[in-house]
Design a protein around this ligand. Structure first.
Ligand code: AMP
Length: 394
C-alpha cells in the first residue's frame, strides 16, 4: 500500500511516498517557490535525484506535476497504487485530539482555527484541496501538530490571565511539534525496553523551532511552546519566553507597532538576535570555535533554558527514564547536546562524550552507568502521518 505524506507551506510542498506497512520511503522531495517565478521541483528516489526549474503557479499545478512525475519516472505504474494521502496541519485547536479523515466539515473546522495559525493552516488547506481535486477517490487524513498535546491538564495548559480570554478566544497553551514528540517518545520507550504506558520520557526537539515535551505513559503532560510557536526555548530566530511588558516598552521606545515588535521576536531574536551573526547552528558553532562572545552567549542561553525546562519536566513527571534529542540540531550538533547535558548532571544523567559524537542515527549517548538514559533519535513525522493515514483509511 502506497501513501503520500504531505507538508504544504505557503510557497512550498514537501512530500514523501511511503510503502506501508513496511514504512519504506520510495520517493521524497520538495516543490519550492510555488507562485513565485523559477519554482524548483526536486524529487529523490533510489539513488536518483531529479531537479527541474519551471514556473509552478499554484499548489494544484505542483500536485499534478508530482503525480505525473511519479508515473513518468516509473516510480508508480498507475495512480491507483496510491491509497491515501496524509497532510500535516499545524493547528487543530481544541477540536482535534487525534488525526482525522478529511471531509467538508473537517475542512471547515480547520478554517475556523486558522485564526490561531494564520500563516500555516491556510497553506496546509491549499495542499489538502489540491490533493482532493487530483486524487478524489483516496482517503485524505489530517495530522495535527497540536493533537498530541491535547492530553495536557488545565493546570498545564491554562495561563494565569482573565479566564474569559480562554472561553471567549481560546487563549491557552496548545503546543506544537506533537507528531515529532509522539514518534520520538514511542521510539525511546522501545529503545529502553519499556512499554510506552510505563515510560517517563522528556523529548527535546531542537531544530530551527525548538520545543520540549514531558511524556508520561505515552501522553503529553506538558510542552514548552504555547498559544503560538513563539513561546518556550530560544530558537533560530524566535525569542522563546520573555516578560510580555518588554513588547510594550520596545514599541514605545522604537516607535513600532505591536505587530512589528512581535515580528522581531519571531524573526530577529533567538540565535540570530543574540549572536548578531546567524540563525543557523552550524554558523554559530564555527563562531564559538573562534571565541566569538555573542555566539557563545546565544548557544549557552538556549542550553540554559533547555536545561531549566528539563528540570521542570523531571519534577512534573516524578522522575524520568530517558531524555531524547531530535531534529536538525538535536540530531546533528553534538556540541549543543554536550552543553545541555553538562547542565543537567544533578538529575543523574551521565553523557558518554564519545558516543555523543554520533550524528543523525539512533544511539544511546549516555554511559552504561547513567541513571537516566540519554538518547539520540532522528525524528520521523512522515512515518507518523503515513501510519495514521493507514489506520484511519481502514
Ligand atoms: P530543522 O528545523 O530540524 O531542519 O533544523 C535546522 C537546524 O539544524 C539549523 O540550525 C541547522 O544549522 C541545524 N543542523 C543541521 N545539520 C547540522 C549539522 N550537521 N551540525 C549542526 N547543526 C546542524
Amino acid at each position: 500500500m502506497k501513501i503520500i505524506a504531505v507538508n504544504a507551506g505557503s510557497s512550498s510542498l514537501k512530500f514523501q511516498l511511503l510503502e506501508m506497512p513496511v514504512e519504506k520511503v520510495i520517493a521524497s522531495g520538495v516543490v519550492e517557490r510555488i507562485g513565485i517565478n523559477d519554482s524548483i521541483f526536486t524529487i529523490k528516489y533510489g539513488d536518483i535525484r531529479d531537479k527541474e526549474i519551471i514556473d509552478i503557479p499554484n499548489h494544484q499545478v505542483a500536485v499534478k506535476m508530482l503525480l505525473s512525475k511519479l508515473i513518468g519516472l516509473g516510480i508508480v505504474n498507475t495512480l491507483d497504487e496510491i491509497e491515501g494521502v496524509g497532510h500535516r496541519v499545524v493547528h487543530g485547536g481544541e477540536r482535534f485530539k487525534d488525526s482525522v479523515k478529511i471531509d467538508d466539515s473537517v475542512i471547515q473546522a480547520i478554517e475556523e482555527v486558522s485564526e490561531l495559525a494564520p500563516l500555516h493552516n491556510p497553506a496546509n488547506l491549499t495542499g489538502i484541496r489540491a490533493f482532493m481535486e487530483a486524487l478524489p477517490n483516496v482517503v485524505e487524513v489530517a495530522v495535527f501538530d497540536t493533537a498530541f498535546h491535547q492530553t495536557m491538564d488545565p493546570v498545564a495548559f491554562m495561563y494565569s490571565v482573565p479566564y474569559e480570554w480562554y472561553t471567549k478566544y481560546g487563549v491557552r497553551k496548545y503546543g506544537f511539534h506533537g507528531t515529532s514528540h509522539k514518534y520520538v517518545s514511542e521510539r525511546a520507550a522501545q529503545m529502553i525496553g519499556k512499554p510506552v504506558e510505563d515510560a517517563k520520557i522528556i523529548v527535546c526537539h531542537i531544530g530551527n523551532g525548538v520545543s520540549l515535551c514531558a511524556v508520561d505513559g505515552g501522553k503529553s503532560i506538558d510542552t514548552s511552546m504555547g498559544f503560538t510557536p513563539l513561546a518556550g526555548i530560544p530558537m533560530g530566530t524566535r525569542s522563546g519566553d520573555i516578560d510580555p511588558a518588554i513588547v510594550q516598552f520596545i514599541s514605545q521606545k522604537e516607535n513600532k507597532s505591536l505587530d512589528e515588535v512581535i515580528n522581531e521576536l519571531n524573526k530577529k531574536s533567538g540565535y540570530l538576535g543574540l549572536s548578531e551573526l546567524s540563525s543557523d547552528s552550524r554558523d554559530l558553532w564555527e563562531a564559538v570555535e573562534r571565541g566569538d562572545k555573542k555566539s557563545i552567549l546565544a548557544v549557552e542561553k538556549q542550553a540554559k533554558i533547555i536545561a531549566d525546562y528539563i528540570g521542570a519536566y523531571f519534577l512534573a513527571l516524578g522522575g524520568c527514564d530517558a531524555i531524547c534529542f531530535t531534529a536538525g540540531i538535536g540530531e546533528n550538533a553534538s556540541e549543543t547536546r554536550r552543553i545541555v547535558c553538562d547542565k543537567i548532571k544533578a538529575l543523574g544523567t551521565d553523557l558518554d562524550y564519545n558516543r555523543n559524537l554520533t550524528r543523525g542515527k539512533e544511539m544511546v549517548i549516555s554511559t552504561d552507568e547513567s541513571k537516566i538514559k540519554l538518547l539520540l533519535i532522528p525524528t520521523n513525522e512522515e512515518v507518523v502521518i503515513a501510519r495514521d493515514t493507514v489506520r484511519l483509511g481502514k
